[in-house]
Design a protein around this ligand. Structure first.
Ligand code: HEC
Length: 110
């Protein structure tokens, strides 16, 4: 790979790191995840009315599709659209959290 590609890659990965919501907002998003999303997907996201959102369940599913599902919902199912409460960046961040092998930080808080 030529050096210029590496530089571009480094810039892209930095940009996506800088793209995380502010820390305070991250905390609020994790609370939303366990309380609001948890009301259907289960407090520990193991599934309920909605399917499990654990890393094992989401493995192999495209982050793009999952982000779109969160923002737009799934018409004809109970999954509501969240685009009035969440930005694209926040939905992407949530998907990153959900796909991480370790459970989100406050999974045991409730
Ligand atoms: C009122 C119930 C309800 C609430 C609240 C809810 N969901 Fe869902 N969600 C569902 C249902 C039902 C599905 C499955 C839709 C289907 O059949 O395709 C789903 C699907 C999903 C999927 C796709 C899963 C997959 O494997 O394809 C994601 C991701 C998701 N929800 C995330 C969220 C997030 C994040 C929140 C909170 C911001 C949330 N949901 C809140 C009911 C809900």
């Amino acid at each position: 790979m030529r050096p210029v590609f590496l530089i571009v890659l480094a810039l892209i990965s930095q940009a996506s790191l800088a793209d995380s919501p502010p820390l305070e907002r991250q905390q609020a998003l994790l609370e939303l995840l366990h309380q609001d999303c948890g009301s259907c997907h289960g407090m520990t996201l193991q599934g309920g009315l909605g399917p499990a959102l654990l890393p094992s369940a989401l493995e192999g599913k495209s982050a793009l599709m999952l982000t779109a599902t969160i923002l737009q919902g799934r018409p004809g199912t109970a999954m509501p659209p969240w685009s009035s409460l969440l930005t694209q960046q926040e939905a992407e961040w949530l998907v990153t959290q959900l796909k991480q092998p370790a459970p989100p930080q406050d999974a045991n808080r409730h």
